[in-house]
Ligand binder design. Structure first.
Ligand code: SAM
Ligand code: SF4
Length: 468
């Protein structure tokens, strides 16, 4: 049976967003903010009005209370593990003209390229040789042959590539909206998360920044996750491109989107990405975003999201610089990319800027990122356990809510970190990593510690890809 929400953002209530914002914009209600922070501590998530109240917290003291609450929730649910991944761009050909993106159709300053299956396998092997196990496959919206056959072949090419006995264990994708039938095909090719950023939920802004191409249709894009879920893809990743419109409006709209999916399918989104617009070759808008978001507001946003949807992963890409990335880790981010190239063929050719989608803020190697995480008390994790064991969508949330994810995530983080240390790390990093693992084990409760020690023993005896 067809449902309006399969093709239209029937849940996007602009009037309600404006009304909620009007009730709190520019006002800091200290009593109300503290009430919401106390509620957030129950780990049950927040309402639209609660989120709006938190956005009013501006004074240094209250902002610090907001950050402290976010740190507590982050630690409570996720512990200190950070999941690592790398994007893999397969094509920069696009039929849209998004004003902020270097890949837009009318931009002649970018050399167009669609990778062959051999080239995709080669890029994958380079990522594997660095230690990556998770890839986010990305493409412009125009595939050779018209249908999504190319995309499906590309997913297969990534999964079958081998380097030193290792392979990519989870392929997430960031692609344009699809029909239910095409989503079914994507699901049959074993994708992990289907990611799609709405860019902006503000209809007038959406129209201006997407002047032509299929992406002009906000409703088709905003209803993508309904179709993905109808097709059985229950891990979906949302995102907003911050800088296009008022971040507070966008955040409330995102909350509405999540509430709609929860109501219709019993599960919201698996992850949220928070890209801010970065300079992009051939894009004036990207150099001067109309609603540029300050670092202070960006940190507030991460903290608010951590409290509002405590069980949803937060992703931070290499768009941001090292300092901001490190600050957001403690406030709520649970997944980061490392050593990214955002141009097709960028790993092999070691090109960072040429024909790239946007400018990168963090150019460190995976080894440097891993070292830095350890120095800041985090466990770098290459875990793909939940997805492999079918713990996705509602099953994942049901497990996450009573706090069990910490019991699974921490042992899996340690075992995959150990794999990384033994297979890819330099001698100094191996020593430092083993010391960090010992310290983490010493501080663990007995049950997860015993599970961790058993997994670590397997890895040390030569087994790979072990998880619980
Ligand atoms: N082409 C598909 C689409 O637009 O949905 C797939 C992904 S696109 C290559 C990946 C994302 O990059 C976009 O959704 C957008 O949010 C982000 N992006 C585009 N231009 C950007 C810029 N200048 N700075 C930061 N992020 C940008
Ligand atoms: Fe194409 Fe996506 Fe870039 Fe828009 S954001 S121009 S759809 S690649």
């Amino acid at each position: 049976m067809g449902n309006d929400a399969d093709t239209k953002a029937v849940w996007l209530d602009d009037g309600k967003i404006e009304a909620v914002l009007a009730g709190c914009r520019g006002r800091e209600d200290q009593g109300r903010v503290r009430e919401v922070l106390a509620k957030a501590g129950e780990l049950k998530g927040l309402s639209l009005e609660d989120v709006a109240a938190l956005m009013g917290a501006r004074s240094p003291d209250l902002t610090e209370e907001l950050f402290a609450a976010a740190r507590t929730v982050k630690e409570e649910i996720y512990g200190n593990r950070i999941v690592l991944f790398a994007p893999l761009y397969i094509s920069n050909i696009c039929s849209n003209d998004c004003l902020y993106c270097a890949f837009r159709k009318s931009n002649s300053k970018v050399t167009r390229r669609t990778l062959t299956m051999d080239e995709i396998a080669e890029e994958t092997r380079i990522l594997l040789s660095q230690g990556h196990k998770r890839v986010l496959m990305v493409a412009g919206e125009a595939y050779p042959g018209g249908g999504i056959g190319y995309v499906l072949d590309a997913i297969d090419a990534i999964y079958v590539a081998r380097e030193g006995g290792s392979s990519i264990r989870r392929v997430n994708v960031n692609l344009a909206p699809l029909s239910v039938e095409d989503f079914r095909l994507l699901k049959a090719h074993n994708i992990g998360t289907f990611q799609l950023f709405q860019e902006t939920y503000h209809r007038p802004t959406y129209k201006v920044v997407h002047p032509s191409g299929p992406k002009r249709d906000l409703d088709w894009r905003a209803s993508s996750f309904d179709r993905a879920m109808l097709a059985g893809i229950d891990d979906v990743g949302m995102g907003i491109l911050f800088g296009l419109y008022d971040w507070q409006y966008e955040t409330l709209a995102l909350m509405m989107h999540i509430a709609h999916l929860e109501e219709r399918f019993g599960v919201g989104c698996h992850t949220i990405s928070v890209p801010r617009i970065e300079p992009a070759i051939g894009s004036e808008l990207a150099s001067q975003p109309p609603h540029a978001m300050s670092d202070e507001d960006f940190l507030r946003l991460v903290a608010i999201l951590r409290l509002a949807v405590p069980y949803t992963g937060l992703i931070m890409s290499t768009r941001e610089d090292v300092a901001i990335r490190n600050r957001t880790l403690e406030l709520g981010v649970s997944q980061i990319s490392a050593n990214s190239r955002v141009n097709p063929g960028g790993y092999k050719e070691d090109r960072r800027f040429e024909s790239a989608q946007f400018q990168l803020g963090d150019a460190r190697s995976l080894a440097e990122v891993v070292r830095d995480l350890g120095d800041h008390g985090f466990i770098p994790s290459f875990c793909t356990g939940c997805y492999r064991l079918g713990r996705t969508g509602k099953d994942f949330m049901d497990l996450a809510k009573p706090g069990l994810i910490k019991d699974k995530c921490a042992p899996n983080a340690l075992s995959t970190f150990e794999e990384y240390l033994l297979d890819y790390a330099a001698a100094d990093d191996l020593r430092a990593g083993e010391t960090a693992i010992d310290a983490i084990l010493a501080g663990m409760e007995e049950r997860p510690r015993r599970v961790s020690e058993a997994l670590l023993a397997k890895v040390r005896s030569g087994q790979r890809d072990v998880y619980c």
